[in-house]
Design a protein around this ligand. Sequence first.
Ligand SMILES: *Cc1c(COP(=O)(O)O)cnc(C)c1O
Length: 377
Amino acid sequence: MSSESRANTHAWPEWLPLRNDLKGQSPYGAPQLPLEVKLNTNENPFSLSPDLVAKLSAAISSSAKNFNRYPDRDAIELRTELAKYLNSTTGMNLDVDQIWAANGSNEIIQTLFLAFAGAGVNSLGFTPSYSMHENIARSTGTNWIIADRLSDFSIDISSALTQISKLKPKLVFITTPNNPTGTSTERSDIRKIIEATAQVGGLAIIDEAYAEFSEEPSNVKLLDEYLNLVVIRTMSKAFSFAGVRVGYLSAAKEVVEALQLVRLPYHLSTPTQLLAKVALEFQGELLAEVEQLKIERKKVVGELNSLGLNVVPSSANFLLFSIDNEKKIWQELVNAGVLVRDVGIAGHLRVTIGTPSENDRFLAALREILSASKGEK
Ligand SMILES: *Cc1c(COP(=O)(O)O)cnc(C)c1O
């Protein structure tokens, strides 16, 4: 269990008709501490360029007088641009009716649970992974089955296939590159899981939030082969757009049609749709920054290794590294103005790749902490 889903000690008042199954829960969320170097939520560290900011402002200015009207309920223009983006980066030929967009991929995930799961239905994921899959399973009353990973964080494929055929989950989640480990799942294992899930009438959901940071081909490629595959993407990471909240998926058009039965009408605001379209126009500039982050990732891995720390191989914009006394080190980094993430894996911390100067500050602080603790021994 990750540290962000602690048991709630809050005592709810008698009069509040809160669902029984929620009473022991606490809200999801990494600590938002006002520190100078924030490397805890895998955001893109680069702020938006003046050019992009100007275009975003102009888009709002020219449409603001029409904010008395509801937005395009089906976000057709945005979904068309998202299809173009996926097609140009994967060589696919996806149609707008194979794309759905929402307020962050978290809303995408929630919409999937609402349409395809719920009380009495099983869903399955491979832990450690992104805890929102499990949290949304819980908030929609869906059973969540934890399938374990091996010690190198890869999926135990034979046990996965057994669990899928026995427990018949309607939704099976694979996050690749995985959060919080950074590791990728091999294409051959992904195929086996999609096929086993099809056998039991379920959908395989691949969360590709970090796809742009990976050298491996996107699983969007597999949509031509498998009807029961859903690939989720987000603009929160590679596109530097976490504050705007845009996530999307690609899947068979029947999946997208089904989601429209449960989505809220006008869920995606006019500003959100406009801003996302502008960001997609700037994809060249934004994806160039992704390349810079990959170079920084390599640098930080090298530096952590030179401090004697093991780093889990990462295809994402963060690193999971081994360290003794992780809770104490986390606090000492906070004291030095650097926020990383304790993801609840014993002997590990996760650090997001920041700007070159943020990474240097993190590494300098860590070096100092480790040499001070050596001195104490
Ligand atoms: C960060 C992240 C997301 C992004 O969620 P948004 O709601 O799009 O901001 C989705 N999935 C995983 C695995 C993530 O790490």
